[in-house]
Write a protein that binds this ligand. Structure first.
Ligand SMILES: NC(=O)c1ccc[n+]([C@@H]2O[C@H](COP(=O)([O-])OP(=O)(O)OC[C@H]3O[C@@H](n4cnc5c(N)ncnc54)[C@H](O)[C@@H]3O)[C@@H](O)[C@H]2O)c1
Length: 246
């Protein structure tokens, strides 16, 4: 049996990843700041007959990340698969009006949080020489979007961290990849849409006509975390119905 760790596991995409990995036979540790939604995901995993653990933590705090990684290994076993997924969207505002404190919060959660997850999980995986990580980036990792300075900057950072981490483990059986997710029907995209609508001057960049489902991302993440993807390392895998190549 394998052991998976999913951050942001109370959210739309994180929950779908947790359930998809559980369906594939994994025991799952769920990390989230939202105690209710995180615990609910853990209960859903248990209802599928797998072991689950909910750990309430903030991915931007090094000691907390170190703590939930250690707790997962103590209570479920060595981490085979890590979905480094927690993220926040911030506000929609042109860069000349973008609040400093929102930019700092996004750097803390989306960039530092992903860095800390990689640091602490890969630190353990490298002792065994195996494991797989998928970072949830975004199509905003490879293109600009008006009004989203913090989000776009931090998702570019996630892609950069993915590439560095993939090279830092190259030559081992550990792999680190990213999904470049287009708009997916979750709380986050609804919040961004509501803000973008309020500001008539801000348009979203060209996107696929229909939003994807969290399960569309989860299936690709599960593949990249599986042995089927043994030769995939450092990849930026688009899950956006073609929006970034349009
Ligand atoms: N929904 C989309 O359209 C979309 C598109 C591209 C990328 N993404 C990315 O997918 C990931 C998941 O987003 P989602 O759409 O499921 O949104 P969501 O808001 O439903 O889920 C995000 C989860 O992360 C948790 N979280 C936030 N800050 C945290 C912190 N500091 N520590 C621990 N947990 C924290 C939240 O409580 C929430 O449960 C994010 O990284 C997001 O940027 C989403």
């Amino acid at each position: 049996m394998s052991v998976a760790l999913v951050t942001g596991g109370g959210g739309g995409i994180g929950r779908a990843i947790a359930l998809r990995l559980a369906a594939g036979g994994a025991d799952v540790a769920v990390v989230d700041l939202d105690g209710d939604r995180g615990a609910q995901t853990a209960r859903l995993v248990e209802a599928m007959g797998r072991r689950a653990l909910f750990l309430k933590a903030d991915v931007s705090r090094s000691a907390e990340v170190e703590g939930f990684v250690a707790a997962t290994e103590e209570r479920l076993g060595a981490i085979d698969a890590f979905a480094n997924n927690a993220g926040v969207e911030g506000v929609v505002a042109p860069i000349f009006d973008y609040p400093d404190e929102v930019f700092d919060q996004l750097m803390a959660v989306n960039a530092r949080g992903v860095f800390l997850g990689l640091k602490h999980v890969l630190g353990r995986m490298r002792r065994r020489g195996t494991g797989a990580v998928v970072n949830t980036a975004s199509s905003s990792a490879v293109r600009g979007r008006p009004g989203l300075a913090g989000y776009v900057a931090t998702k570019h950072a996630v892609l950069g961290l993915t590439r560095v981490a993939a090279l830092d483990v190259a030559g081992t059986a550990i792999r680190v990849n990213a999904v470049l997710t287009g708009p997916i029907e979750t709380r986050m995209i609804r919040a961004l849409d509501a803000q973008a609508r309020k500001d008539g001057g801000i348009r979203r960049a060209a996107m696929s006509a229909a939003y994807g489902r969290p399960e569309d991302v989860a299936g690709v993440v599960a593949f990249l975390l599986s042995a089927e993807a043994a030769h995939v390392n450092g990849a930026a895998w688009a899950v956006d119905a073609g929006a970034t190549v349009a």
